[in-house]
Each structure stands twice: as C-alpha cells, then as structure tokens.
Design a binder for this molecule. Structure first.
Ligand SMILES: [Mg+2]
Length: 265
C-alpha cells in the first residue's frame, strides 16, 4: 500500500523532537505548521523524546519558546516510564546518574547514596566522571538493578557528533555483567505507554522521526507505521546498514506529513 493509502487509517501521531521538530533548540521550518495541522485535523499526538538532559518542564518550555502549540501533557520522556517501573516494584531506593534538572521528574522515588535497589542512568554529558561511574558500578555489585533511560550511541549538536548516554550504560553493563532495562525509544514499553496515553491502536498510529533505529524501527516493532524524516541526524547510508529497518515512508521535512493526512474536515 502506498503511503497515502496507509495514512488514511491513521488516527494518532507520535513525533520525535530533536532533529525532527527542533535542531539545536530551534524550530525547523514547518514544525509549527505540522502541529497546528494535527490540531486542526483533531489528530491527537505525543512528542516522544529520549532526551534526559532536561526535565519534562524544560523540554516543554523549549518547545513553547519556539512557538510550538504544546503542553507538558503532549510530551513523553523516558523518566515517566522509569518512575512507573520502579514504583510498581515496591522498592523505591534509587541511585541516580541523571542531570540535576531532570531529577525533578523522579518525584515519588527515594534518592539514596548507599545500597540502592535501582541505578538510573541518563545523559550526564561531561559529568560522567570515573568516580560517579565507579560508584554506580559498586551499587550494581551490591545487587541494584540497572535502568537506562536511553541508550543512544551519539547525538549531534552545533554540527558535532557527541557521546550520548549509551556508551556509559554499555560500560556499566560490561563491568557488572548485567543488562540494563531500557526505558526510552526503541523499547516497546515506551511506545506502548504513548499509545495507552492516546488510547490509540498501533495500526492506526504513525511515528515520525530522524532516527532509523530508535524511531522508525522501534515503532514498527509494535505494529505502528514508521516514517523517517531527512533532517537532524539522518544519514542516507544508515538505510543500507545491516539489519536496518525499512521505513514506511521518507519525508524531507516533518511538515510534509500533512500532505499525506486527510484534509481538515
Ligand atoms: Mg531525533
């Protein structure tokens, strides 16, 4: 089925933020039109980001500062799933390797520095120092379970590729022999949380993003339509990588999505 045919049954949208709607914190051309277009068509959406450098509130403010019509309810961050996961376990003692600003998203958990039941890792950037990693390693040795908010390899800022949280999660996995439980994209649980929030069925939902594996592959894995946008971190070679998912469509900019959705009625 061609993309237009596929989009006829779409009732809900999931959109990536970095590289799809914003680049270096600035709205890409067409981001506003896209979100206004979805609101006009009454197609509910969630912005699904793996960002752990900023709190939900700050992510929302950033989007609003760029004139995007969103509220915090529209935004899904991996910390939301992590809090649910930890609360459901009944053990709340948590050791954190997450930036200070993001800590506010973990209200309801008990932050400890000794003998935690959980170690939660987000992107600390330059604060991923040996001392903090080694302490986390000791927590894991002591029996704590490892949660990775995201496991992205790298990201791009100011035209430069940078290490993301993934390599540090991998270091902790390697040292402890324990596999981290992943909260963010492409974890199926993250997409399922979004669908639950939207009360949408996978076959009536599409995901649009610039990451072939996390966005497109992750969404397709649970039965959603996965569309790739050629902004942000998109690289044509990634489509030929071994095991690469095949997008259901490739768009030049996020706003092109409106050409495929039914006109507002
Ligand atoms: Mg992205």
């Amino acid at each position: 089925m061609d993309l237009r045919g596929r989009c006829e049954s779409i009732r809900a949208c999931l959109l990536d933020i970095d590289g799809t709607l914003l680049v270096d914190g600035k709205a890409l051309a067409g981001s506003r039109e896209l979100l206004h277009g979805l609101l006009e068509r009454e197609i509910p959406f969630r912005l699904c980001t793996n960002t752990t450098r900023a709190s939900l509130q700050r992510v929302t403010e950033q989007l609003q500062s760029q004139g995007l019509p969103v509220q915090s309810d529209h935004v899904l961050v991996p910390s939301k799933l992590a809090v649910r996961r930890i609360q459901a376990s009944g053990k709340l003692r948590t050791g954190f390797l997450v930036p200070r600003d993001t800590r506010q998203d973990f209200d309801g958990l008990r932050a400890v520095h000794e003998n935690p039941d959980w170690v939660v890792v987000g992107d600390l950037g330059p604060a991923f120092r040996w001392e903090r990693l080694n302490r986390a390693f000791q927590w894991l040795r002591g029996g704590a379970q490892l949660i990775a908010l995201q496991k992205n390899r790298c990201w791009r800022q100011d035209d430069e590729w940078r290490l993301d949280a993934g390599p540090f999660v991998a270091a902790l996995e390697y040292a402890s022999g324990q596999q981290a439980e992943l909260m963010g994209k492409p974890a199926p649980a993250f997409f399922q949380l979004a669908l639950q929030d939207l009360e949408a069925a996978p076959n009536a939902t599409l995901m649009l993003g610039d990451d072939l594996f996390s966005d497109v592959g992750g969404a397709q894995q649970i039965g959603c339509t996965g569309l790739l946008v050629t902004t942000g971190k998109f690289e044509a070679e990634s489509l030929k990588a071994p095991g690469a998912p095949t997008p259901d469509g490739i768009l030049t900019t996020a706003a092109d999505l409106l050409d495929y959705l039914p006109s507002p009625g």
